[in-house]
Design a protein around this ligand. Sequence first.
Ligand code: NAP
Length: 425
Amino acid sequence: MIRIGILGCGTVASGVIKLLAMHGESVRVQLGEEVEVAKVLARTPAKALALGLTEAQICSDFGEILNDPTISVVIELIGGTDAAYTYISEALKAGKHVVTANKDLIATHFQELNDLAAAHSVRFAFEASVGGGIPLVDSIRRTLAANRIQSMFGILNGTTNYILTKMTQNGLSYAEALAEAQRLGFAEANPASDVGGGDAARKIAILSTLAFHSPVSYYDVYHEGIAGITPTDIRFADQSGFVFKLLGIARQHENACEAYVRPALVPKRHPLASVSDSFNAVFITGDAVGEVMLYGRGAGSLPTASSVVGDLMNVVRAGRGHTAAALSCYENLPVMDILDSENVYYVRLSVQDRPMVLARVAGVFGKHGVSLASLVQESRGKDSAELLLFTHRASERELSAAMADLRNLDAVHEGAYWICMEDDA
Ligand SMILES: NC(=O)c1ccc[n+]([C@@H]2O[C@H](COP(=O)([O-])OP(=O)(O)OC[C@H]3O[C@@H](n4cnc5c(N)ncnc54)[C@H](OP(=O)(O)O)[C@@H]3O)[C@@H](O)[C@H]2O)c1
């Protein structure tokens, strides 16, 4: 009998409890032992009772799980970095295997918690921390382990992908699409971490750490959100053969790596372009395997529980009589400054519709060595126009300097730019 303790009784925890009830017999046959939910740490006991748990299974003190020698696996599903950090550390030190879905914690304390697990010869698993139900962590750590991972391009946040899909397919503004996402439960009441790119930044930090064997923290990852994208941008991208996606991007170089999150124009022919609504996908290029894309539900109760219970089964199998190997980072690649990256860019400028403005704009780009590939001017009525242009490959440092100069021109009201995904992906 494998006795487990579950911390939290929210969306993912309830999925885990349901999944173990649905497939308990299959789990028993595969492991050769039954899994029993011994205790659930529930801040709101009514939620646990509503899931069919008995009073005896519910506790409000973590000590009841920590100090129970018959509980061998702790599943942390409360989230955040405060209590979760303490509980996980204590559980590992007490010789219990830990499974978590906590991206906030893994994106900031990965190495420390892995080292702690190794020091106490227990397993620490976190498949659900990136991409919910998509088997990303295991694929990178095991199946693709013989590769040098060259790049990863990921749609890692379902909320933003839903919003961008509605803006593209239904012509909604950002505010309208966000409101619809909130009404349908695809966006939180406070969507800042999703729409601002912070959630995806945590996930690309975790994937980069695993893929490049080098510590990449959330704090190393530059991120931008999608709030500045307008219907004009969506339409112009569409006419030019692109769709907007919020991408987590990571590349491995000889002595450094890149890891950032930005809205990007993805060519319609690319497999990531057809990843719609709240689905997630990651497009990975390895030197041996070539291109691989993993696609699926990046969130949700049962999809995420699928990864958590899979981890539970794996730690039980792996924990039998083996010493846990440290998942150490043996490289130390600095994460490049975003200004040192190079891209092709799409730029939108709101300008006065007057003679010589175009020449002045072109002059500023020229002064910074940014060469323009194409430019369209659309009139916006009296004395006002929008310039929509693509650059050739350019340095981010030069492009951002050019944009700063342009925003200071009296003829330019507003300027914004986004990267275009290139053929290397
Ligand atoms: N939801 C998803 O689709 C998804 C996908 C991938 C990863 N994750 C990750 O999975 C974890 C859980 O997410 P969730 O969506 O299930 O969150 P949730 O629905 O908000 O559930 C969190 C649960 O933890 C409880 N809790 C919070 N702080 C606690 C504390 N200090 N002591 C005891 N209980 C505490 C809450 O109690 P109350 O019931 O009293 O509020 C709630 O039951 C997070 O790390 C999240 O990032 C979630």
